[in-house]
Ligand binder design. Structure first.
Ligand code: TYM
Length: 335
């Protein structure tokens, strides 16, 4: 079985409130990899249901993430765009990998601790086993590169450990490659606009904490205007951002949207008050995000098109995944 050298896999959960962190930390980087890699971009609906999802909303949110991928510039003809539940190989490999990965590894996952909260006994078994399904997503395509935001780094390490242990346990050296995380750009961890020490997230109760891919220009401007900062002007150097989480976050967002480094942004705005910087950031955000938001809306109105993309993508995904699972079955000893 040939091992491709440049195969990318990544996914986004259809849990609503797709936000600027998802765009800058992940989706935008997915777009950039299309010229150099063979890309597989998945809407991970099976991950979404590890926490209760209203079925109608799950379907709408699945189409929304697919629309966001395409509106952001992913070409579903050249690359593969599909939703996870259409390709049974993910679930099949996940079960086998559940028997390879160790409970001790899962017990160290910080995202489970955060998401399960205080009442861990009441979390679903799926939420706990989530990182193993994620390993299966990647390994079922024998993907070599995985573009993600920083919060997924620990899950990627678990995927690498699981691949290694599978190869050892079944005496199949190099069968699964070690997938490389690609954590790229100045916005690998976009923070909440209300609290610069907390990650921007889909589940924050405050809508003001995030800019979403559905926000109007007015919403974007309002949220940036109200973003938490401090009374000092912007510093000249990166060191001057230390201990100023809100300011650091806005500079990072500006840099990512402008395609510059944070140092370049500071060189431009050193000494500026937020009364100057925030409107400049709002203008830039509207300029970059509105075309995507508008195109997403247009695509969402064309359900037949989106569903067709997902169906065709799933067929192409199965064509890669099924032979891998067939070989895994042999290695494990299933007849
Ligand atoms: P999800 O749906 O939480 O997030 C999708 C992507 O967005 C990134 N991200 C962020 N980046 C920067 N700043 C933020 N505040 C921010 N919030 C989210 C995430 O790092 C992610 O890249 N487990 C994954 C989905 C997944 C997956 C996979 C990813 C399932 N299987 C296999 C890669 C490979 C998740 O929950 O992403």
């Amino acid at each position: 079985m040939d091992q491709p050298q440049n195969r990318v896999f990544s996914g986004v959960q259809p849990t609503g409130n797709l936000h600027l962190g998802n765009y800058l930390g992940a989706i935008r980087n997915f777009v950039g990899l299309q010229d150099t890699h063979e890309c597989i971009y998945c809407v991970v609906d099976m991950h979404a249901i590890t926490v209760w999802q209203d079925p109608k909303e799950l379907a709408a949110n699945t189409r929304e993430v697919a629309a966001a991928y395409i509106a952001a510039g992913i070409d579903p003809e050249r690359h593969i765009v599909f939703n996870q539940s259409k390709v049974a190989a993910h679930a099949e490999l996940a079960w086998i990998l559940n028997c390879v990965a160790r409970i001790g590894w899962l017990n160290r996952m910080t995202q489970f601790k955060d998401k399960a909260g205080k009442d861990r006994e009441k979390a679903s078994v799926g939420l706990y086993a989530y990182p193993v399904l994620m390993a299966a997503d990647i390994l079922v395509y024998r993907a070599t590169h995985v573009p993600v935001g920083e919060d997924q780094k620990q899950h990627l390490e678990l995927a690498r450990d699981t691949a290694q242990k599978f190869n050892n346990d079944f005496e199949a050296p190099d069968f699964f490659p070690q997938p490389e995380p690609l954590i790229m750009g100045p916005a690998t961890r976009v923070m909440s606009l209300r609290d610069g020490t907390k990650k921007m997230s889909k589940s924050d109760p405050s809508d003001l904490s995030r800019i979403t891919m559905r926000d109007s220009s007015d919403d974007i401007a309002k949220k940036i205007r109200k973003a938490q900062t401090d009374p000092e002007p912007l510093p000249e150097t990166l060191e001057g951002l230390e201990g100023r989480a809100g300011a650091d976050n806005l500079v990072g967002i500006y840099a990512a949207l402008a395609g510059k480094s944070k140092a370049e942004v500071l060189a431009e705005f050193a000494g500026a008050q937020f009364s100057v910087f925030k409107p400049a950031l709002a203008d830039l955000a509207v300029e970059k995000l509105s075309p995507i938001t508008n195109e997403m809306k247009r695509l969402m109105d064309d359900r037949a098109y989106i569903d067709g993309v997902l169906e065709k993508g799933a067929a192409r995904a199965r064509a890669i995944a099924d032979p891998v699972v067939a070989r895994v079955r042999e290695l494990v000893g299933f007849i």
